[in-house]
Design a protein around this ligand. Sequence first.
Ligand code: SF4
Length: 400
Amino acid sequence: GQCSQVCPVGAIAERNEVIEVLKQLDSKRKVVVVSTAPAIRVALAENFNVEPDFDFTPKMVAGLKKLGFDYVFDTNFSADLTIMEEGTELITRLNEGGKFPMFTSCCPGWINMVEKSYPELRDNLSSCKSPQQMIGAVIKTYFAKQLNLNPEDIIHVSVMPCTAKKGEAKRPEFVRKGSDGKDVPDIDYVITTRELLTLLKLKKINPSELKDAKFDSPLGIGSSAGNLFGVTGGVMEAAVRTAQIITGVENPIPLGELKAIRGLDGIKAANVPLKTKDGKDVSVRAAVVSGGANIQKFLEKIKNKELEFDFVEMMMCPGGCINGGGQPKSADPKVVLNKMQRMYTMDNQASLRLSHENPEIKEIYEKFLHEPNGHLSHELLHTHYNDRSKKIQDMSLHQK
Ligand code: SF4
């Protein structure tokens, strides 16, 4: 993966949190919750060398339960939540105006790049928090409430393919007040896929030998659209699926047929039909970019008006999170392709392939959030971005 090279914040924040997580699991003083990103399950499947069409997810969940986590939740759930919020944001911008192109905001490597090098693009970013931070916020509010706990009674461990996610979790925006008025982070620890493998090794657990287990409710169901967040083009594909249906497009692109934005190319594009609220057909120009160098090249072309787009997915790692800096290292380039293929296979095999059809997503809006982009959503699921370019200039002046 590229992240540790391109993202100094992520690299600095990277430290081995395995020991701290072990301590929390052993002490049993707090409820210890874990959530896992889409790219983890396919990395474990590769690591444990299982058949290409074998879904390793139930084994991964079994391994996490055996490690002693009290609740195992799925970041695919909050990927679906992101689609609800970000899809609504896109449709609102199309109907009421706003900055275009709109950029996705789930990759902290990309967010760091905007804040440091392209601060003028901050209003183009979706205001949505990343799926990691969304599930963090709902675990310490919605879920805490269901268990009658205060946010400080829960320890939340996030398993990520990404070193930049450690830095993201430490942002001052992502803390809330505990019952005693002290700051409580939404995410307590971020461990990488490699660190999860270390934990399993230390405890002598081989998940492939365990009996299948299921994620817990109420944050354990994820659609295969949400699962596609792990691969370049997946956020776009998931967003298009839901936005086409919600806006009432007559002939939506069939599931799995948006092939122009699949595969490992660094810059991909497609035109997507959507409908405005007054029933007008619009063609949304969508682009998908992965890899830091491709992002820079793409932004130059946007600046020079050589290219024009409406909605753009940006991922810092070439190929997306399956190739993240926290994944097991492999010298075999085929491994990334295998992980990508596993995600498409999981999507083909899934019965739930649309974010807005996820029953737990329906439930959280009914019981708690009420509506996408509503008041509580804005408080819990959206964020703002800072201009950090000046700080960097000052620092370089200092060094001279
Ligand atoms: Fe992290 Fe994924 Fe972004 Fe890479 S592409 S920096 S793994 S969020």
